[in-house]
Design a protein around this ligand. Structure first.
Ligand code: ZN
Length: 182
């Protein structure tokens, strides 16, 4: 049965040293592993999705405006994919099983067609990688759990900036969301 890899928010603003909300070195270190997994899924004929945060700066109606500085603004450097994932995506973006899409909330399911796409393709297993482990990866995992998708979390391909956040989230995925941690 088909599987899908979700590469969550792996952009300059969340990963690069000069990014607006960067998770820093731990996030930069997972780049080769993310690209290797993307290539593995693509080559196997499975699906690769890149749910990517997008914002209008200073949107007074968006809940994140009260919490965070402007980030992942459409068309900006900060919203470009980070490091080696950028050329990988450029090379494969025309392929039917590689899809980057906008999201405006932590969860990749909130206000997006992701659940419809996964059901159309009869995807039966979701693999999550990207940033931040305890924010957007977590909220995506919670929604996936509620929708009954079996989850696999790649612990060598998720990262966060919060001390303790990585270990807490991995434990939560395993013991509360019944995810496989690999
Ligand atoms: Zn955001």
């Amino acid at each position: 049965m088909p599987k899908a890899l979700l590469i969550i928010d792996y952009t300059n603003d969340f990963v690069a040293a000069q990014g607006a909300l960067s998770a820093g070195v731990p996030a930069q270190a997972i780049a080769p592993r993310i690209v290797a997994l993307a290539e593995q899924f693509r080559a196997a004929g499975d699906f690769v999705y890149l749910p990517t945060d997008v914002h209008t700066p200073h949107d007074p109606y968006h809940p994140e405006s009260k919490l965070f500085p402007p980030h992942n603004v459409r068309g900006s450097w900060g919203r470009e994919l980070y490091g080696p994932l950028a050329p990988w995506y450029t090379e494969h973006q025309a392929e039917a099983n590689v899809t980057l899409f906008d999201k405006t909330r932590y969860s990749s399911f909130a206000g997006t067609p992701l659940d419809l796409w996964l059901r159309e393709r009869q995807v039966t297993e979701l693999h999550l990688v990207g940033v931040c482990t305890d924010i957007c990866v977590l909220h995506t995992a919670v929604d996936a759990y509620n929708l009954n998708y079996p989850l696999v979390i790649h612990q060598d391909a998720v990262a966060t900036f919060k001390p303790g956040g990585q270990a807490w989230a991995l434990e939560h995925f395993k013991t509360v969301l019944n995810a496989s941690i690999v």
